[in-house]
Each structure stands twice: as structure tokens, then as C-alpha cells.
Design a protein around this ligand. Structure first.
Ligand code: FMN
Length: 404
């Protein structure tokens, strides 16, 4: 059960504002006190009177309006909120938030508030993909702004792609999560991320294309939910998420040693790293010279099998929840079902790495969540932060079922 909270809904001037009355109704229905603030542009897309009637609270629109400011000033609005939802978060509003502008009521309140902010972006796909918007998004995420959507599909502007505002029930669920932050408090989540690099000599190695983005998103979300998080990171250039303890490793053997060392206190283990199955039998301690090595045009490298860390952990996991990842390029679900049976983990996240729009290196992912009974839940294409959120929801559900 979510405790009744004071939620401020900041409405931006996008076409998706027509969905805000439904969102507001659902929030009021949950027992929350909801206030709305609108940008000038937003008043063209949704009626302030409708929002005022649904919330039973005065709606504010202007920053420099004597009577509105007299009734409830903008700093009190910012202070007296437990959560601020920005819906729709327009490209313009995201830019103002990212750069700390305060030249209208909504951006001033967003700058002044100390409450968590949850934004639901919505815009044309090209506006969304523009480097300016993507950079603003990164800045906002780095600062801890929460995000739900956008989703992919047919857009009001006639284009197809990412940019549709998350449906009101999804925004309500994200708000529930934001308000119940701490849902993983007391848990210690161990996440592995990135690829391993198996040295051939001091300057060469065998690695893979994993960027670490999925594992880092999982670590960030678990920390946001109040867990103590240890992130064992292979090769990646990503910054460490806030409130996460990071252990850097190079090879699969180093990753295994770090995981075993951190295992003791962990209650949840998420193995999102792409670990090399094989390594060169011997790594030369000096750089191999082309001339001395290759007499013909063929060079052979002898590889030996690396330990299977997931399998090893599953054998000693006890009460811990263990989540594995499977990167498959074909027959994704049957292969993933075989893998979960073989390994004995509690949840398997199957990635289709043959897609060009998801998986390795991209910001987006589409996965299938597979449980030991073979059941499959599809998570359609969305930002990795959102996929992380759904995976952690699933882990929390498994924990809840066990406790029950
Ligand atoms: C019909 C129409 C629909 C629009 N829809 C969107 C939208 O979905 N997302 C967006 O970022 N901007 C959209 N815009 C542009 C914004 O209204 C404009 O950038 C405005 O400055 C946003 O102001 P605000 O961020 O203060 O609400 C739309 C404009 C028009 C005329």
C-alpha cells in the first residue's frame, strides 16, 4: 500500500497533455493530494478548469501573477510536494530543467523543489533523438531525475518511433515506486556489468562489444531503491552511478574472484556482464612481434575454457536471488529456457543481440524475462533505465512471493 502523498503534476505543452486528466484522476483515486501547475503552452492543450475540478485544488499557471502567487507561492508549491511528476515533459521543458532555467512557474518550481522528480517525456521522434535532447536527458538522469517512457509507436505528429508519453497507468506505477523508494532497503545487490578482456600480450586482448550500460542501469536503479549496491565492472567507459561501490576487473578470472569475494553479504546477484567463455592459454608478458610470431599467414592461439561464474554461483546461492542474462542471436526463447534450466537461476533476462536497435552498446533494450517454470514476460523496446526498473520489479516480486 502506498501512503497518501502530496503530488505536484507539472504539465508541459505537448499534445500528450490530453492524457493528464486521466493521470490526475488515477492519482486522486489512490488517495493522493494532487495539485497541477501548467506552462503557458500547456494551457493550449488541456483545460486548467478540468484539472482544477478533478483535483479539487487551485491550478497555477503564471509565475508573476499577483493573485495566484498570493494564494500559494511558488516556493511553497515546491516545498509542499512529496513528488513532482512532469507530464508531458516537452523537449523545451527538459532543456529548461537541464540548464537550471527558472523563467516560468513550472521551471521555477522544478528548480526549487527538493522532492524527487519523475518525468514522462513525450515528443516527435526526431526531437527525442536530437543530440540536444539526449544530452539534456543524460544531465537530468545524472542528477537523479526519474523517468518513465517514452514509448515507441505511432505518434500524434504522424511519425512512428520513440516519443509517445507513457500511458497514465505506467506513470502511476512509476510514481508508486518513486514514493516507496527504499523498497530494496536492507538488501545488498551485487551486479556484474561490461565485457571481460582476456589478454594475449600486454597490449592485445580478446574482448566483446558489451558496453556495460544495462548492468550500470541496474546498479543505479537498485541504489535508488535503497539497496546497498556493489558493481563489479569489466571493460566500460561509464561513470559510476551514485551511491554504488564499484570494483573494476579485467579478465573473467578476476571477475569470478571479485564476485566470490563480494558474495557473502549479497542477497541479490545480477549477472549482466558479458564474460568470455575462453581465454588464451598463456598471455605473453612482452608484446608479441609480428615477425617472430608468424611464419606463414596463419597464427594459432590456444584457448582454454573460463569458469562459468553463473553456474558456480547458482550451486551455492542458498536464499539469494540470482538473475542471469543470455545474449542470443537466434531461437532466443527456447535457448534461454534451456539456459535457465541448466544453470538453475531464479530469473533469466534474454537479449536478442541480432537486433540493431537494442542490446549491445545501444541505449535501448528489449528483453524477455524467463522464470524457472518457463513462463515468459516480454519487455518491449525502451531505455535501459526502464528495462532495469522492470527487472528489479520482477526481482522484488520474487522476493515478495518467497516471503509470503
Ligand atoms: C500542435 C503542437 C503539438 C506539440 N507537441 C509537442 C510535444 O508533444 N512535445 C514537445 O516537446 N513539444 C511539442 N510542441 C511544441 C511545444 O508546444 C513548444 O516547444 C513549447 O515551447 C513547449 O513549452 P513548455 O515546455 O513550456 O510547455 C507542440 C506544438 C504544437 C503546436
Amino acid at each position: 500500500m502506498i501512503e497518501p502523498a502530496r503530488i505536484l503534476v507539472a504539465v508541459g505543452g505537448g499534445i500528450a497533455a490530453y492524457k493528464v486528466p486521466e493521470l490526475v484522476r488515477a492519482l486522486v483515486g489512490q488517495g493522493h493530494t494532487v495539485r497541477c501547475v501548467l506552462t503557458d503552452a500547456a494551457t493550449q492543450f488541456v483545460s486548467p478548469l478540468v484539472l482544477q475540478t478533478l483535483t479539487g485544488e487551485a491550478v497555477r499557471r503564471g509565475l508573476l501573477d499577483v493573485s495566484e502567487e498570493g494564494e500559494i507561492d511558488h516556493i511553497r508549491l515546491a516545498d509542499q510536494s512529496d513528488l513532482v511528476i512532469v507530464a508531458p515533459a516537452t523537449a523545451d521543458l527538459m532543456a529548461r530543467m537541464a540548464h537550471g532555467l527558472a523563467n516560468d512557474l513550472v521551471s521555477a518550481v522544478l528548480l526549487a523543489t527538493r522532492a524527487p522528480i519523475l518525468m514522462a517525456p513525450a515528443m516527435n521522434v526526431n526531437m527525442w533523438n536530437h543530440p540536444a535532447t539526449q544530452r539534456n536527458l543524460e544531465l537530468l538522469r545524472e542528477r537523479g531525475v526519474l523517468q518513465v517512457g517514452p514509448e515507441s509507436g505511432e505518434l500524434a505528429c504522424g511519425w512512428e518511433g520513440l516519443g509517445r508519453m507513457a500511458a497514465p497507468p505506467s506513470i502511476v506505477s512509476a510514481a508508486d515506486r518513486a514514493l516507496s523508494s527504499g523498497s530494496l532497503s536492507g538488501q545488498c545487490v551485487l551486479v556484474t556489468a561490461g565485457g571481460t578482456t582476456e589478454p594475449i600480450d600486454p597490449v592485445r586482448g580478446i574482448t566483446n562489444r558489451s558496453s556495460g550500460k544495462m548492468g550500470f542501469a541496474l546498479a543505479a536503479e537498485a541504489a535508488r531503491r535503497g539497496a546497498e549496491v556493489v558493481l563489479v565492472a569489466g571493460s566500460t567507459s561509464l561513470p559510476t552511478p551514485e551511491a554504488v561501490r564499484r570494483v573494476d576487473v579485467g579478465t573473467a578470472l578476476e571477475m569470478r574472484a571479485a564476485v566470490l569475494q563480494e558474495l557473502e553479504g549479497a542477497t541479490v546477484i545480477i549477472k549482466a556482464a558479458a564474460v568470455a567463455d575462453f581465454r588464451p592459454r598463456e598471455a605473453a608478458d612482452r608484446k608479441l612481434k609480428k615477425e617472430t610470431l608468424v611464419e606463414s599467414d596463419v597464427m594459432s592461439l590456444e584457448l582454454v575454457r573460463n569458469p562459468d561464474i553463473l553456474e558456480e554461483i547458482c550451486q551455492i546461492k542458498g536464499e539469494r536471488i540470482v538473475v542471469g542474462f543470455a545474449a542470443e542471436s537466434h531461437d532466443v526463447i527456447p535457448a534461454a529456457r534451456r539456459k535457465i534450466e541448466r544453470k538453475g537461476c531464479d530469473l533469466l533476462v534474454a537479449n536478442d543481440v541480432s537486433r540493431s536497435d537494442a542490446g549491445f552498446s545501444t541505449d535501448l533494450n528489449a528483453v524477455h524475462l524467463i522464470t524457472p517454470d518457463g513462463a515468459v514476460e516480454d519487455v518491449s523496446l525502451r531505455h535501459k533505465a526502464e528495462v532495469a526498473s522492470q527487472i528489479l520489479d520482477r526481482i522484488e516480486k520474487i522476493r515478495g512471493e518467497r516471503e509470503a
